[in-house]
Each structure stands twice: as C-alpha cells, then as structure tokens.
Design a protein around this ligand. Structure first.
Ligand SMILES: [Zn+2]
Length: 397
C-alpha cells in the first residue's frame, strides 16, 4: 500500500469536512476555567458513533470530559492527545472569536491552532485509519483531553496517575511549531527561595545588628557574574538543541521599617535548566555561592526552600519515535526537520513520567496561540494529518 498517496487523496477529499469540523469545535466555548470540555466530547461522540469507532470517556470532575477513541489493534500503540480547552479571550477581537473567520486560506478564531486545528487533523486520520482497519499493524488512540491550559489536573495528570493511558508512544500536537520542528525534550523548571539571616537592630546603631541585605547582594552579584560566564557554569554543558540554562532573579524582599536593620532578606529565583543538568548540581552551585556570600559577612546564615520542581527531559533523538517523525516530514515535504527542546512545559512531562516516550509534533500556528487573532493556515490540517499518518505507519514497521 502506498500510504502517502492514499493519505494525500483522503485529506484532499475531506478538505471541506475538516473546515466544517474546525468551525463546529471552535463554536463550542471551552474557555478554561471553567472548561466544559464535554461540549467538544459531544461533537466527537456524534461522529465516532457514525463511523463506528469505539471510544471511552473519563471524567474526574463532571463536564471535564476526556475522550479516547481507538482504531486498529495491537502494538505499537500511538497515543495522540489534543486538548479541548482554550484560553480566555480579550475583548479586542475584530470578530466573534468562537465563530471561525476565513480569509485567504487562513482560519481565525480562539483555539483554531491551540488545539482544535490539530484535533481536526488527528480526527480525520482516525477516520482514514478506520477505512483501512485490518490493513496495518498497531493501534491509533485519538484523545480529546481536558484542562491542559490550567495544569491538566482534570486531564492528563489524572489520566496518567490513574493508569488510564496504555501506550507505547505519544505525539502531543500542541507545540504550534509545525512539522519542521520536533520538540523532543523540555527544560526543567526549578524555583528557589534563599533566605539570608542576620540580626535586627536600630538603624541608628548599625553595629548593633547584622544586616541581612549585604550577603543577599553579594549572592545576587555572584549569580549575575556566573550568568555572564565569568564562572562558566552556565554554558559549559548546554547543548545546541536547547537554549541555555537561565537563572532569573524574580523576587527580593527585606525590611519592615526605615529604622530597623533587616533581619531577613529573601531572594527568589526561577531557573530553567537543560536535560544535561540536574537539581543536585544546580543546588550545590547556588548553595556554594550563598555560603561564600555569608562568609563575607560574619554572623549571617542562609536557608533555602524549593517551592517548585519539574525535571528536564529529552527522549532519544536516535530512537524510533524521533526517527519516525523526521522521516514523515522528509517523505512528505522533502525537507529536513530539526530537533528542539522547549523552554516551557507541556503534557509530554506527564506522559514521560508514565513511561511513554513523547514528542511534540504539530501544526504551525505562526506563534499566535493564546493571542488575539489566533490563526492557522487551512493547509496545516492536511499537512499535519498526513505527516502524523506517515509517522504512525513508520512506527508500525
Ligand atoms: Zn495548547
């Protein structure tokens, strides 16, 4: 079977159906909060019933529906979660953001790219695969998931923690970066609060207290120096597919009155680190800077808290999933895709924690996700759908 030719023919024939489905999905207001993802699930159920594609629905919270539909049999199992919720709209849209506007082959509306456009591609692929069931190996799991925009606690966090996802691979069509950029990893997120301590006292008698601000300033200066490569911690291990590890000082707090020497000074930092680093290494380094800062100011000390931590990850760039995606893009377009690591975080983290290798591979939304005027070229629907199909067939080989 020449799957590429078959897929191209199918997506050409179903162009209008894709546009109609996109309009229907966008018309369902799934702004999160509150989400109401059942509105999208109801649309999908109607079509899956017609197509005799079996599906299951899961709700941790009423109306926050997750739907998983299945085509094919056996391994490999490819799980493709598209999220049904969207972000809120600003009042400055020039048309109703829940009514798709089409101009020069581009669709405008809330959710057209993030993530209802990719959902249309994945839906049409499920329909195509249903027509060919029995002619290929493996299982395609289409999913419409809830609550992605607000932490996924009603969506993939819950689905993975309760063991509802059984898959060999996942493709998360939610990067907005198109089929030429494969997100094969994500930076880690780490938040520290360093509290420097001295001794309170009357400001008129500086010798009677120990000012906690000075070790904090020394600490901040050494963090900044490291950042400008004087210490060299930051660049030595970072690798080209990721942007460098970043340290952002995002908070500073000390002092309660003009006439009191501050006993405590808090420094808050948001750190995004590449998979080549880890928590222990970064903490050992920032701790050493804090310790050196306190040594400059006898009588001071520090403690550290870590309110947030999500580990960095990357999947094997030479592994089956990355290779299948690279090959799909190349076979379809003749162009090479590049690997990149995301600065932010997606549900890939949850899937990976559940032991499922995951890749961000998607439509190109021109960076318009979450913005007024969110848009997607209609040509992205077949482009991504066909690429996803080729990727699936390649995994099964
Ligand atoms: Zn999204």
């Amino acid at each position: 079977m020449n799957w590429k030719a078959e897929l191209e023919k199918f997506f050409k024939e179903h162009e209008e159906e894709g546009v109609a489905l996109l309009k229907e999905l966008v018309s369902k207001n799934t702004v999160n909060p509150p989400g109401n993802e059942y509105l999208v699930a109801d649309v999908l159920k109607k079509y899956f019933d017609e197509l005799k594609i079996p599906y299951e629905t899961f709700e941790k919270t009423p109306k926050r529906t997750n739907l998983i539909a299945k085509v094919g049999e056996g391994h490999p199992v490819l799980f493709v979660p598209c999220h049904a919720d969207v972000v809120p709209v600003n009042p400055d849209w020039d048309h109703d953001p829940f009514t798709v506007k089409i101009e020069n082959g581009t669709a405008y509306g809330r959710g057209v790219g993030d993530d209802k456009g990719p959902m249309v591609s994945a839906f049409l692929l499920a329909k195509f695969l249903k027509q060919h069931e029995g002619e290929f190996k493996g299982t395609f799991l289409f999913a419409s998931v809830a609550d992605e925009e607000v932490g996924s606690t009603d969506g993939l966090v819950w689905l993975t923690e309760t063991g509802k996802i059984k898959a060999d691979y996942a493709v998360v069509p939610d990067t907005g970066s198109g089929i030429y950029k494969l997100s094969y990893g994500e930076k880690g997120l780490l938040r520290f609060q360093y509290t420097f301590r001295g001794k309170a006292g009357h400001a008129a008698y500086p010798d009677h207290g120990i000012n906690s601000i000075w070790p904090a300033v020394a600490f901040l200066n050494s963090v900044k120096e490291s950042y400008t490569e004087k210490i060299g911690f930051l660049k030595e291990k970072d690798q080209p597919n990721f942007s460098p590890t970043t340290f952002t000082v995002s908070g500073l707090e000390a002092g309660s009155a003009y006439n009191i020497i501050p006993k405590e000074c808090k420094v808050r930092m948001d750190i995004r680190y590449t998979p080549q680093r880890n928590l222990e290494e970064i903490k050992a380094w920032t701790d050493s800077l804090a310790k050196a800062a306190c040594e400059q100011y006898p009588g001071t000390s520090f403690t550290v808290e870590m309110p947030d931590h999500m580990v960095a990850f990357e999947i094997d760039p030479e592994g089956k999933l990355c290779k299948a995606a690279m090959k799909a893009t190349k076979d379809l377009t003749g162009k090479d895709a590049v690997l990149f690591g995301m600065n932010g975080t997606t549900v890939c983290k949850q899937l990976l924690a559940a032991g499922i290798p995951s890749l961000g591979y998607s439509q190109d939304d021109d960076g318009s996700a979450h913005q007024t005027g969110e848009h997607i070229k209609l040509s992205e629907i077949p482009l991504f759908g066909i690429a996803l199909g080729l990727l699936f067939f390649d995994l099964a080989e």
